[in-house]
Design a protein. Structure first.
Length: 325
C-alpha cells in the first residue's frame, strides 16, 4: 500500500487563498481583460491598473486553479471563465463573486463563534450591502435557473405554479422553452413587484399571473400540471415545509410534476460538497437550514408526491423531481 499524502488536507486548508485571489482577479477586471484574446502579465497590468507583480500573481493563481490557460508567458481564458466571468456570457457570475467577497467571506470570520454559540453571525447590513447581497444571490439563482433549463424538458407542460420562490428566472426559462406554457407566480408580497417587473421586461405579460401570498400559508389551489418550489425549503421550519408541500400537492392535477430545488444533505458514501458547504453558509449567514434529503422525501411522500428522479445541477442545487399520486 502507498503511504497517504497530505495534499488533500493542505488543498482544503489553503482554499481560502484561492478564493480571495479569485475575488481580487474578478474585482480588478482580469477576466474581461482577456475576453478578446491572450495577454502577458505586463499587458494585464496595463489594462487592469495593478502592478506587473500583482498581475502575474493573480494570473498564475487563476492558471493554477484552471480558470486561465498559459502558453509562452501569455494567459487566455479557459472555457468556463470565458462563459461565466468574462462579461460576454449569458450568465455573468461577477455579481455573485462580488457578494462572496464583500458579504459572505467576511461573515465566515464569525463561523467559530457561530459553531460555539449555535447562533448565526451578525450581517451588519446597510443599503449598500443589501444591494450587493441581493445582486449576488439573484445572479446565483440565475445560474441555477440556466442549469435547470438545460437539464429538464419543459415542453410537455401547459400550466406551471411557481410557489414561494425567490427568483422568477426559473419560470422565465420555462416560458422561453415552451411557447404554450402559462405561469402562475404565488410569491410573498415583498417579491411580487420584482417578479412583475421581470416578467414585463421579458415580454411574457400575456402568459403570467402574479399573486401575493405568504409562502408558509399560501393555498393557491388549482389543477397545475407542473409545480415549482425553488429555494423554498431551506427558508422554513420542518412543520412549515410539510404544509407548503401539502398545499403544492393540493394545487396539482393528478400525475402532475413537482420540481423541488434546493441544497440537501445526503446519505451517499461521499456527500456532494456544494450542498454540505452551503449548509455552513446558510447557517452562519442567517440560520436557515440545509435539510437531509431523506427528511424532505418524507414530507413529499406524506403529502402525496412520489420522487421519481434527482437532478444534480452543475454548480447549483439538486432538484427532487416528483409525481403527484
Amino acid at each position: 500500500m502507498t503511504a497517504p499524502v497530505p495534499d488533500r488536507i493542505v488543498d482544503i486548508a489553503i482554499g481560502y487563498m484561492g478564493a480571495k485571489q479569485l475575488f481580487a482577479a474578478s474585482r480588478i477586471g482580469l477576466f474581461p481583460a482577456l475576453a478578446d484574446g491572450p495577454r502577458t502579465a505586463g499587458e494585464l497590468a496595463g489594462v487592469t491598473g495593478v502592478s506587473p507583480r500583482l498581475a502575474r500573481i493573480l494570473a498564475d493563481a487563476m492558471n493554477a486553479l484552471g480558470l486561465l490557460d498559459r502558453e509562452h508567458g501569455r494567459y487566455r481564458l479557459a472555457a468556463d471563465a470565458q462563459a461565466y466571468l468574462s462579461g460576454r456570457g449569458t450568465t455573468d457570475l461577477t455579481p455573485f463573486v462580488q457578494f462572496l467577497n464583500e458579504i459572505s467571506y467576511g461573515h465566515w470570520l464569525q463561523f467559530d463563534t457561530a459553531v460555539d454559540s449555535g447562533e448565526p453571525g451578525d450581517l451588519r447590513m446597510d443599503d449598500g450591502r443589501w444591494a450587493t447581497f441581493m445582486g449576488g444571490v439573484m445572479r446565483y439563482n440565475a445560474l441555477h435557473a440556466a442549469m435547470l433549463a438545460g437539464a429538464f424538458d419543459f415542453t410537455p407542460y401547459r400550466s406551471l405554479l411557481d410557489l414561494g420562490g425567490l427568483s422568477p428566472e426559473f419560470s422565465l426559462g420555462a416560458l422561453r422553452a415552451n411557447a404554450d406554457l402559462a405561469v402562475r407566480f404565488v410569491f410573498a408580497p415583498d417579491f411580487t413587484e420584482g417578479v412583475t417587473n421581470a416578467v414585463k421586461s421579458a415580454g411574457f405579460d400575456d402568459r403570467v399571473r402574479v399573486e401575493p401570498a405568504e409562502t408558509a400559508t399560501a393555498a393557491p389551489g388549482g389543477e397545475h400540471d407542473l409545480v415549482l418550489l425553488n429555494h423554498v425549503v431551506h427558508r422554513f421550519t420542518a412543520e412549515q415545509n410539510r404544509a407548503i408541500v401539502a398545499n403544492a400537492r393540493a394545487a396539482a392535477a393528478p400525475g402532475a410534476t413537482l420540481l423541488l430545488l434546493d441544497f440537501f444533505l445526503d446519505d451517499d458514501e461521499r456527500q456532494r460538497p456544494i450542498d454540505a458547504l452551503h449548509a455552513g453558509e446558510y447557517f452562519v449567514i442567517d440560520g436557515t437550514v440545509v435539510y437531509p434529503e431523506a427528511e424532505v422525501r418524507g414530507w413529499l411522500a406524506d403529502a402525496g408526491w412520489r420522487v421519481r428522479e434527482v437532478l444534480a445541477l452543475p454548480g447549483s442545487p439538486r432538484v427532487l423531481v416528483a409525481e403527484a399520486v
